[in-house]
Design a protein around this ligand. Structure first.
Ligand SMILES: [Zn+2]
Length: 220
């Protein structure tokens, strides 16, 4: 098959207030068309690793089977266990779930440095921490499909362009028929690109560099 498969990007992150303690997880998903969604949830008594794993599981779960997925997380625990076969001693229930979801898609696990300025990683982190704080207060944190229900306070609409949501709302009616608003997986900003499944990177040189590096490693 010559046509490139559409790629979904998942930024997954977990957070725990104390370890163990109340925790939250979140996943920012950028679909092939460049639209992003955020999902999150919380647990009043959990561990950091369980939240990291849950973020990856839930992030994958809402992506259609058979698709190509790049899953980015700052958890070495998740990436190295999945890519280097680190021995599994705990959380066997969650590893089984992650295996199950990963087996149904073509998933590439990539490690990103946490708190290092990757905007979508930071957005996932922010949502996970909000969900953990809601869980700590005994709040119910919960999502249903792509529409978000919950008390974490930063719940984005089902179409989410982060800090650019207001500009996107004003820009949308001004677009030409062959233009679409997308979310760049390099810098996290909304940009105007072509309709279709072009890689979701904006035209900034730094993001084009990331895009070309990503395409290069994909060829292996
Ligand atoms: Zn960009």
């Amino acid at each position: 098959m010559a046509a490139a498969k559409e790629t979904h990007y998942v930024y997954a992150d977990g957070s725990c207030l104390g370890n163990p303690g109340p925790g939250g997880w979140a996943a920012v998903i950028v679909k092939p068309g460049g639209v992003s969604n955020t999902i999150f949830g919380g647990d009043p008594a959990t561990t950091n690793n369980r939240m990291e794993l849950t973020a990856a599981i839930e992030g994958l779960r809402i992506i259609p089977n058979g698709t190509r997925v790049v899953l980015r997380t700052d958890s070495q625990y998740v990436v190295k266990t999945m890519t280097l076969g680190w021995k599994r001693k705990q959380n066997i229930d969650l590893w089984e779930k992650l295996d199950h979801e990963a087996a149904q898609r073509e998933v590439r696990f990539e490690w990103v440095e946490g708190h290092a300025g990757d905007p979508l990683n930071e957005e996932a982190d922010r949502n996970a921490r909000n969900a953990a704080m809601t869980a700590a207060k005994g709040g119910r944190v919960h999502y249903h499909g792509l529409s978000i229900v919950g008390g974490a306070g930063t719940a984005p609409a089902s179409e989410d362009y982060g800090a650019d949501n207001n500009s996107v709302r004003e820009l949308r009616p001004l677009l030409a028929a062959d233009e679409a608003i997308r979310r760049c997986v390099g810098c996290g900003r909304a940009y105007v690109g072509p309709v279709g499944d072009a890689p979701p990177y904006c035209a900034l040189a730094s993001c084009q560099l990331k895009s070309r590096r990503a395409a290069h490693t994909k060829e292996r």
